[in-house]
Write a protein that binds this ligand. Structure first.
Ligand code: IFM
Length: 445
């Protein structure tokens, strides 16, 4: 049996600047919070850094060829803010902007469309020194940066993505401290979350006025919460609060112009008149990232009455210890349908980290990743059959890359990268995905 995707379903691929570009000292790029975080002993596994990463800064033509040969119609890249504005604002680094100009041209020359994301976590360190996302002024700093990028490449952009996973920037970066800038301050995290939302709203206006023909959206990692089976009765009520924190805080202001009731009190002191109207501006699509079901359990350790729990043992897991469950993906897509009024959705990230050892012939036969995609794409199709308006899918990611605090040990790519030589080798999953894209169908399911 073959399962077909809807007519016109859009296939693309996502990457992000800090995770692949490298080229750290080149051409006047400024420092980001991830440079600082990586340089702090004990923060990143193995002392890894993004200084060289996949050297995409120099090898992007080869990588764009790989995207074209895969059959991708869309490339969701991200722009590194400090490469364009080394101090976060003020003087523009012309060479940094030239790089993105060349990449976008390269995308178009290969018959693909560009969906640049303006923020995938690499904040200029100079702005962090002024408080980063916890400082309300950042909404204006982000608007200035947005305008600089829009003026240069906006004539060739099909869709803008303002943010990638603002929830991770706020909660992992400012509350849990396990991402840059490594702050563990729950109140600063609430401020950061609100300012990320505000910056999104302000950027939407800038983009609407400077590039009226381009679409605008944002990317939220949508989590489906679940209690552990043995604590179903005890912890059931916490699931809604967990989903409000991770999903509602970022979706509700955009789609409903308010914060969820369960968190409104925490946000009240930071929200000024007009903020919610600004965030509530209409967008053209929602990017949804999804990887795993989120198990939670009651906890008194932090400022929320729950914490993440290990998934039950009956799940297969990826190398991230993330449970593999296409059903949770289906539920996450239906969550968006129900919570946000069924907006047009593109899945902008999904994928699994596996060990991926090259065989004696150099090939990487990553059948576990293929099985993962089969399961998740089937979940997506079930959500579509239940009415979710899902219009496209972009695997994470083209290349193995820098997996943040976990360094290079976790490989998510459709293409294997030998970090010693920078040789790229398409994996079996690359061939699988190429067939899925070419036929617009999930074969032999
Ligand atoms: O690598 C990350 C990406 O930067 C954001 N979404 C999740 C991916 C896998 O952890």
């Amino acid at each position: 049996m073959t399962m077909r995707f809807p007519e016109g379903f859009l296939w693309g691929v996502s990457t992000s600047s800090y995770q692949i570009e490298g080229g750290a000292p080149d051409d006047g790029r400024g420092r980001s919070i991830w440079d600082t975080y990586c340089a702090t002993p004990g923060r990143v596994a193995n002392g890894d850094t993004g200084e060289v990463a996949c050297d995409h800064y120099h090898r992007y033509p080869e990588d764009l060829d790989l995207l074209r040969d895969l059959g991708a119609k869309v490339y969701r890249l991200s722009i590194m803010w400090p490469r364009v504005l080394p101090e976060g604002g003020g003087a523009v680094n012309a060479k940094g902007l030239d790089f993105y100009d060349r990449v976008v041209d390269g995308v178009l020359e290969r018959g693909m469309r560009a969906w640049p994301c303006l923020y995938h976590w690499d904040l200029p360190q100079a702005l962090q020194d002024r408080g980063g996302w916890a400082n309300r002024d950042i909404a204006n700093w982000f608007a200035e940066y947005t305008a600089v990028v829009a003026r240069r490449i906006g004539d060739r952009v099909e869709n803008w993505v303002t943010f990638n996973e603002p929830s991770v920037s706020a909660w992992a970066g400012y509350e849990e401290g396990r991402h840059a800038p490594g702050v563990s301050d729950p109140r600063a995290a609430i401020r950061a979350a609100h300012h990320l939302n505000l910056a999104h709203g302000r950027a939407v206006s800038v983009l609407r006025s400077l590039t009226p023909r381009a679409g605008v959206g944002t990317v939220i990692p949508v989590h489906k919460g679940r209690p552990l089976p043995q604590f179903k009765e005890r912890d059931g009520h916490l699931v809604a609060l967990f989903e409000d924190k991770w999903n509602g805080v970022f979706l509700d202001p955009i789609y409903h112009g308010r914060y969820p009731d369960s968190v409104a009190e925490r946000f009240a002191e930071h929200v000024r008149g007009g903020d919610l109207a600004e965030i509530h501006r209409p967008i053209d699509f929602l990017g949804v990232n999804h990887y795993f079901p989120s198990y939670i359990q009651a906890s008194q350790k932090g400022s929320w009455p729950f914490e993440h729990a290990d998934p039950p043992l009956y799940f297969r897991r990826t190398e991230m210890n993330w449970a593999i469950d296409g059903q949770a993906f289906q539920e996450a897509l239906l969550f968006v349908k129900n919570r946000c009024g069924n907006p047009p959705v593109y899945v902008t990230e999904n994928g699994g980290a596996f060990i991926d050892l090259p065989g004696p012939d150099g090939r990487v036969d990553d059948q576990d990743r293929i099985a993962y995609y089969r399961e998740y794409l089937a979940g997506l199709l079930r959500a579509v059959s239940e009415g979710a308006d899902v219009r496209g899918f972009m695997p994470w990611s083209l290349l193995d890359n820098f997996e943040w605090a976990l360094g290079y040990a976790k490989r998510f790519g459709l293409v294997h990268v030998d970090y010693r030589t920078q040789k790229r080798t398409p994996k079996a999953s690359y061939d699988f995905m190429r067939k899925v894209i070419a036929t617009n169908a999930l074969p032999g399911f």
